[in-house]
Design a protein around this ligand. Sequence first.
Ligand SMILES: [Fe+2]
Length: 462
Amino acid sequence: MEQRFSDLILLLAGGINQRRMYFDAHPKVRAFSQDFTIQLGKLLSGDDQEEFSFGVFKGKFIRNGKYLVGPSIAGRSLIAFAELLGCGGFAFSLPLQPADVVAFFRLAATVKDPIGDLAVAQELFAKEGIGHIRLANPFVKNRDGTFAEGTGEQSESIPHDDDLDDFSPLVDIYQSLYEIVARNNSMALHSGGLDIAGAMANGERLAGAGGDGVLDVMQFIRYPDYDSYTIGHSVRVGALAVVIGRRLGFPPEVVTELATAGLLHDLGKGRIPEEILFKPGRLDPDERRIMESHPALGAQVLIASGEATEMMVSTAWGHHIRRDGRGYPAMPDWHKPGFAAAVIHVCDVFEALTATRPYKKPMSPHRAYEIMFKDRAAFDPRPLSALVQALGLYPPGSEVVLTDGRRGVVARAGKNLDRPAVRLTRDQFDAPLAQGPESYVDLERESSLKVAEVILVGAGES
Ligand SMILES: [Fe+2]
């Protein structure tokens, strides 16, 4: 159910992004508006509800009093629109028409200055002829900790919220990483120029995320909302590159460059037709040849930008070349990919194996390690070992069952590969546990407890 809410929010954000690049009548803009209208109809008639609504609070989405992490990252354009309008969120009701949604996309893509007054914003919606979309009052927090739409009067009295503040810096980092990859991908497709300085600034932010910050970012790996997109893949590859770079003791500026190389490594995919990029099932030989041109295309775009470093170009070019020289692009026998490319290659394969994609279920990190160690000729053992040591057998984000029956999410790897720290979410009777400092168990210290089982999030979905 939550997944369907998230999907609807992502359709809106996706439509806004398309409208920024194209125009009202463009097939992609229309496809998003039609899809949204159909999905909304299904949701509302199925649940017998009047409207589909969600709030925006401190730069994140909330829905039914809960904070939506995944959509908050991918749906930044929609959040920014709500902020410009000065509303607390949106409510959609039937009979909504695709034309209403297209007009909504148009406004969201073109309003640049803050309106900041709900009444003025509502007038603007009326003038554009947008029906069945209501602008919500700013949300407030109830005494029980849930959020609800306010009456418009007490909108400033939003109390401090610990839970939200805990996640906020991470979501901010992730939002900005997500945006820089999306922007560069779309620039690679349209103009050929790139925002390398912006990517470097984000790489630096990722590389500088203190202590377990990067591993915390990796926790979002378990949110499947955007796992099917190359953007989420690139962001996680960037985070993994930081993990490896730090473990190998590289100086901060090298870790930053590696992170940036990770964010940009798949840039060439922006030039691969979507029918091939997102094709479920096997590619035929022609499609495969086109798909395998993405490293060279990425390197070309990076070189043409005139700003990319040698490392960025060589990783974009070489991240599918195996240690034994096989892979693609085809290389002469004497060629050995550089070390940075070997690092990104490890990150790329590990991320791809453990991610949810439209055509496959996620694999446990355990199994991914196994496969990668077996294929020794493919990977440089130094970054591969560094990855396993840094992430442990149960990387942050893995959902696990402990030997006493309690369940939780791995918060960070322990010094011992099989003894992570776990944030408990459910007791042995499967009842939800309140979140607080006491919900953390460090298996490094609790020697009587162990991880009994790993639960694969999304494994039940097709
Ligand atoms: Fe790639």
